[in-house]
Ligand binder design. Structure first.
Ligand code: G6D
Length: 344
């Protein structure tokens, strides 16, 4: 295992973790942004499999949240308001009348305190941040840590912990866009995804969940036996159309069936398994990715990457049958998502 660090733009630090098999993870203390993830293909060729900017300045006003830690609340809060113990809170809007991904100056736009660590079997960076009491109108001051750990079993572990000074809402995720072809050789259309999920949340035209849990059976959302992502990109299904030609939906996981998600890419032979203790995931196939962006491996384009935003959904604030995102003053939020890389 090896860990190096370097200053970038005279204001941030980029850490690079390398395991004994050559897998490399690079991340910033700014936003906890994963800037590069180098993984071998079936021939052992090491290539980058995540979307990131060529020029790091572009991360500062990034409406795509490339690679970033998302919080205090990942996802959309309808009308930027919610009720907690009979009190209504009004957050700042940042997408129409709604509140997306923690609003302005959220976790993806702060410099986290960082502490690196390493031993023979693993290396990582522990990021810490204290959200101020009035951060965007949320109740309570949230103390958050996110730890990235790479080990010699080719696992990248993301461990999230949080406490709060008073009852609040909180659900964290990471917004990395994966493309297993390597160095952005192609779109993600031919990525084969298997997911242990029987239901997904229906969206309205503003991408706000309606509260209906739709069965995946007989639809392009059925990944139980594996399906190409292209199934939802060239589909006339109303939900794929609403999402801009693809997926941008929250899938509820079946209990205890692991890995929750397996992705394989036929050309390179790369495979990614995702296991988590989160109740579900937003799978987003970069349907609105602007092709004008200069990325480290070339220009961006629609369907250049796929995000697996493991989380509980803020839709639970309105539809209480869904897993909650409420965190009590005496609770500890403790979640883990493990990305395991292999090839065939
Ligand atoms: C779009 O609807 C999607 C979101 O899910 C995604 O997080 C964002 O782009 C980057 O708004």
């Amino acid at each position: 295992m090896e860990i190096t660090e370097k200053e970038v733009l005279n204001k941030w630090i980029e850490y690079t973790l390398t395991n004994d098999n050559g897998i490399q993870v690079s991340l910033l203390n700014y936003g906890g942004i994963l800037t590069k993830l180098v993984v071998p293909d079936r021939e052992g060729k090491l290539e980058n499999i995540v979307l990131g900017y060529q020029n790091f300045e572009d991360y500062e006003q990034d409406s795509n949240y490339f690679g970033a830690i998302i919080g205090r609340v990942a996802g959309r809060i309808e009308n930027a308001s919610f009720e907690l113990d009979g009190k209504t809170y009004q957050l700042k809007t940042n997408e129409g009348n709604h509140h997306l991904h923690g609003g302005e100056s959220a976790f993806h736009q702060v410099i986290w305190d960082a502490m690196s660590f390493q031993n023979d079997d693993e290396a990582g960076v522990k990021l810490s941040h204290t959200g101020s009491d009035d951060a965007g109108g949320y109740p309570g001051r949230a103390d958050v840590t996110v730890t990235y750990t790479l080990n010699n079993k080719n696992e990248l572990l993301l461990d999230y912990e949080a406490t709060t000074t008073e009852k609040t809402i909180l659900t964290l995720t990471n917004h990395t866009y994966f493309n297993l072809t390597g160095n952005l050789k192609d779109t993600i259309e031919n990525h084969q995804v298997s997911m242990n999920s029987e239901q997904f949340l229906e969206l309205d035209e503003a991408l706000i969940p309606t509260g209906n849990c739709l069965d995946v059976a007989g639809t392009p959302f059925d990944f139980r036996e594996g399906n190409r992502l292209a199934a939802g990109m060239h589909s006339s299904h109303q939900q794929n159309t609403i999402a801009g030609g693809g997926y941008d939906h929250y899938f509820l996981f079946n209990e205890n069936e692991v890995p929750h998600i397996s992705i394989s890419e036929p050309t390179s032979g790369r495979m990614l398994d995702i296991t988590t203790n989160q109740p579900g995931v937003v799978m987003y196939t970069s349907n609105s990715l602007d092709k004008a962006l200069q990325l480290s491996d070339g220009n961006s384009r629609k369907h250049a990457g796929v995000c697996f935003e493991t989380q509980a959904s803020p839709a639970s604030l309105k539809y209480h049958q869904l897993p909650s995102i409420i965190l009590g003053a005496n609770d500890t939020y403790k979640k883990q998502t493990c990305f395991t890389f292999h090839s065939k």
